[in-house]
Write a protein that binds this ligand. Structure first.
Ligand code: FAD
Length: 474
């Protein structure tokens, strides 16, 4: 018992020493709190000089997720871990798996709610069940589920956005979002479940067709990439495993807009449409979804359409934390926090909060920039530099300038589209086909955040090409 107490005491001393909670050097350091571990938050964590600040990260995700590869992960082209980087990779940083629930900008205090354990699992994806608000409340009686406060000297808000449903009934309960790795895992399980259900002897032909109807709502890059990845999966591994079922499969993309891939040049939009049409993927634009029920989607122009899987990707809705902030200026359209050219938000009384930065999808810069990883990571790099310089008592970096490196999307069958018509520097124009696909893959391989993931991605792409995707389901 005594030995255990000594060991615990020693551990406590070591923790205090190694974390530096009580060391004099840390006492002098300013407290930097980063909210979010996505493209914005994780990049600030990576790039800020951590010897200058006592850094704390608060995020319900213990990892950074490489979103451009989520569509591939949802069908098994790459494994889940190759798209993730753990926040705990940085031992000199304090990390809390938790939600920032409230920010008091006057007293520089954040109220934080733990996001660990089964009691809060639903809250990790609050959109899953919008009718069960009571279940989302953490069980306060469990140790570790008590809210706590964090003080900051500098704060980076990088909490991103949620998926928009535009109030369409039933979406949260019956459709799948593709925003995080947990969503990708659920989609993969559901695809395989649809096939196993359709293979049961008691299922009628009509039920079989319904189960194998895959519906995608939203013709933006995420929906289109998912359609391409799903089609790849169907015509290769699933066709080999379920040869009698794949002829019954259908993939349909619905969008309320008159076209798809709005952010891309018209030529590339047409290229994607004609490729998908050739492959039998139906693209139904100017179609309005009025409701999603269990296994049935209601389309204004078509009536009830049964489905096995509905993936919903129709844009962004504000993060509840951002919604809860009333004392700062917001963009009228997106409800994101308005920021000045140094990424500082401004109070409704016109005061610039120089100790606070907001970046990525949760922020609204003027002139407007798209809500992309490219923008979030460049903003993060600038803010990390600004923080480092401020921490060293140096002047701020030169003005932030977004460098548009172009947009790209995978459209299946080793084909991609690359739009560099608006890109700054390098060759401009559009690219399609295998060359574009090579560029797409190399760009994301190059951007992998660690050597481990770079090797893992290469390995999984090769393994998929050689031996196919895994068909096991848990
Ligand atoms: P996010 O990356 O969404 O990170 C937000 C973080 O905040 C998360 O860690 C979240 O858990 C955390 N968080 C949320 N609420 C709280 C809270 N209350 N307290 C603390 N933490 C909180 N962009 C491209 O440029 N190219 C692409 O190819 C591309 N593909 C995409 C594919 C998919 C499937 C998706 C979903 C997006 C894609 N994007 C792409 C867009 C890009 O991922 C986003 O623009 C980018 O993630 C925005 O970064 P962010 O840091 O603002 O938010």
């Amino acid at each position: 018992m005594l030995a255990r107490s000594v060991a615990v005491a020693r551990l406590a001393t070591t923790r205090v020493g190694s974390r530096g909670f009580a060391s004099s050097s840390t006492a002098l350091k300013q407290k930097l709190v980063i909210l979010g571990s996505g493209w914005g938050g994780y990049e600030v964590l990576r790039k800020v000089n951590r010897s200058v600040y006592d850094v704390t990260v608060v995020s319900p995700n213990t990892y950074f997720a490489f979103t451009p590869l989520l569509a591939g992960a949802s069908v098994g082209t790459v494994d889940f871990n190759s798209t993730l980087e753990p926040v705990r990779r940085y031992p000199d940083v304090t990390y809390y798996q938790a939600w920032a629930d409230k920010i008091d900008f006057k007293s520089r205090k954040i109220t934080v709610m733990p996001a660990t354990g089964s009691a809060t699992r639903k809250r990790l994806n609050p959109q899953i069940n919008d009718d069960s608000a009571d279940e989302l409340k953490p069980a306060v009686s469990f140790p570790g589920f008590r809210p706590f406060d964090l003080q900051y000297d500098k704060l980076v808000i990088a909490v991103g956005c949620y998926s928009a449903t535009y109030g369409t009934p039933g979406v949260s309960a019956h459709a799948y979002f593709l925003k995080d790795i947990r969503d990708a895992a659920k989609i993969r399980t559901r695809i395989l479940e649809c096939f196993e259900l359709a293979a049961q002897p008691t299922v009628t032909d009509q039920e079989r067709r319904n189960l194998l109807n895959f519906v995608i709502v939203g013709g933006g890059p995420t929906g289109i990439e998912f359609a391409g990845e799903l089609h790849d999966f169907l015509i290769t591994d699933l066709e080999r495993a379920y040869p009698t079922l794949t002829p019954l499969c259908r993939i349909t993309i619905y969008d309320v807009a008159p076209g798809i891939l709005g952010a891309f040049d018209k030529k590339l939009q047409d290229y994607a449409v004609s490729k998908y049409t050739r492959e039998g993927i139906a693209i139904k634009t100017s179609h309005h979804v009025t409701e999603v029920k269990e296994g049935v989607i209601n389309i204004k122009e078509e009536g009830e359409v049964p489905f096995g899987l509905c993936v919903w990707n129709t844009g962004l809705a504000p993060n509840p934390l951002i919604e809860s902030i009333s004392e700062l200026e917001k963009d009228e359209k997106t409800h994101s926090l308005k920021i000045n050219d140094s990424f500082h938000p401004v109070t409704t009384e016109g005061e610039v909060l120089k100790e606070v930065y907001c970046i990525g999808d949760a922020s609204a810069l003027e002139p407007k920039l798209p809500a992309t990883a490219q923008v979030a990571s460049q903003e993060a790099a600038w803010v990390a530099k600004a923080l480092t310089r401020a921490g060293k008592g140096q002047s701020p970096p030169s003005e932030f300038n977004f460098v548009n490196r172009g947009t790209m999307a995978y459209i299946g069958s080793w084909n991609a589209i690359v739009d560099r018509t608006q890109a700054s520097g390098g060759p401009s124009g559009e690219l399609t086909g295998r060359t574009a696909w090579l560029l797409w893959r190399s760009a994301y391989l190059y951007q992998a955040m660690s050597l481990r993931n770079m090797v893992s991605l290469l390995y999984h792409w090769f393994a998929t090409w050689l031996g196919g995707r895994r068909l096991s389901r848990f």
